[in-house]
Design a protein around this ligand. Structure first.
Ligand SMILES: Nc1ncnc2c1ncn2[C@@H]1O[C@H](COP(=O)(O)OP(=O)(O)OP(=O)(O)O)[C@@H](O)[C@H]1O
Ligand SMILES: [Mg+2]
Length: 283
């Protein structure tokens, strides 16, 4: 069975993309899973983390499609009589890595023009889950990296997912997006009563492991209290602050493959990743 998980927080810069990138790598490389990562943010950071800036630009200038084409397949018909052609999975799914044991890592890239979809969103939210359902047999885990704003893309992510993970940074106003997310999930569930969708975990990211500033300790406890009121589980393991995360993303490497990351940083992330996989029922 394929499990789909969306990384969502209405607050920006909390580590949604960093965690998606590292969890996707870990799930394929260390947990031997077949993984599809979906970049659902017009900023296309995840695509650039995986492909590197240069290869990403080459991709955009090629004939290959992006997640935008999944949403826009009916607005730009390619056939002579003007009828839309369905998206060819081979044209939109980019193979990043294949391992000899059968595990793999694929990506559906994004592009800035995905923001056009937001200007004319009517009747488009179902196109992503429809597409993913058609390819899900090839994967154990689908990870969707979302933009920090609520839009039709959020609805498309909900519709495509069994679980939502909420990455959170222990900082001032960390919980600002929680009521918004709780409300948007509740509304979605009311409208889609046949779909199971749960928050599998809130994951703390970018916290100082030692000399933790009082603001981070206070903010952490605020997050835990509010998460408890919504019955959202909080992962006990934390993805601590490490300069190896930004350095790794610049060089296209997950933290456990970088040469400079300390062993304890790698194993801390391994714990987070294992608990994450357990929480979504893949391990
Ligand atoms: N654990 C960490 N340690 C150090 N730096 C981190 C960590 N996690 C994320 N960062 C850095 O914080 C910045 C924001 O991270 P990221 O882009 O993953 O957030 P995001 O939630 O996806 O942002 P957005 O809302 O814009 O999509 C990046 O520069 C990233 O390298
Ligand atoms: Mg991001």
């Amino acid at each position: 069975m394929t499990v789909s998980v969306s990384m969502i927080n209405m607050k920006g810069g909390v580590g949604k993309t960093t965690l998606t990138f590292n969890l996707a790598w870990y799930s394929a490389w260390q947990a031997d899973l077949k993984v599809l990562a979906v970049d659902l943010d017009p900023q296309a950071n995840l695509s650039q983390y995986f492909m590197g800036a240069e290869r990403y630009l080459e991709y955009l200038s090629s004939e290959r499609a992006t997640v935008m084409d999944i949403f826009e397949q009916f607005s730009s018909p390619k056939t002579e009589n003007g009828a839309p052609t369905p998206i060819d999975p081979a044209n939109v799914i980019h193979h990043l890595h294949r391992w000899s044991d059968g595990s793999l890592l694929d990506l559906i890239p994004s592009r800035l023009e995905l923001s056009w979809t937001l200007k004319n969103p009517t009747e488009k939210a179902h196109l992503l889950p429809k597409f993913l359902a058609s390819v899900s047999k090839n994967y154990d885990l689908i990870l969707i990296d979302c933009a920090p704003t609520e839009s039709i893309l959020t609805t498309a992510a909900y519709r495509s997912s069994r679980y939502v993970v909420v990455p959170v940074k222990p900082e001032f106003l960390a919980t600002i997006g929680f009521p918004l997310l709780a409300r948007s999930l509740q509304e979605f569930k009311l409208m889609n009563q046949d779909q199971q969708l749960d928050i599998s975990s809130v994951i703390f990211n970018d916290m100082r492991r030692s000399n933790t500033p009082p603001e981070q300790i206070k903010s952490r406890s605020d997050v835990i209290s509010l998460a408890n009121t919504y019955d959202w589980p909080v992962l006990s393991d934390v993805a601590y602050h490490s300069d190896s995360y930004p350095a790794g993303s610049r060089s296209g490497k997950p933290i456990f493959l970088t040469e400079y990351a300390r062993d304890y940083v790698k194993s801390e992330f391994g714990e987070v990743a294992n608990k994450f996989l357990l929480s979504v029922g893949v391990l």
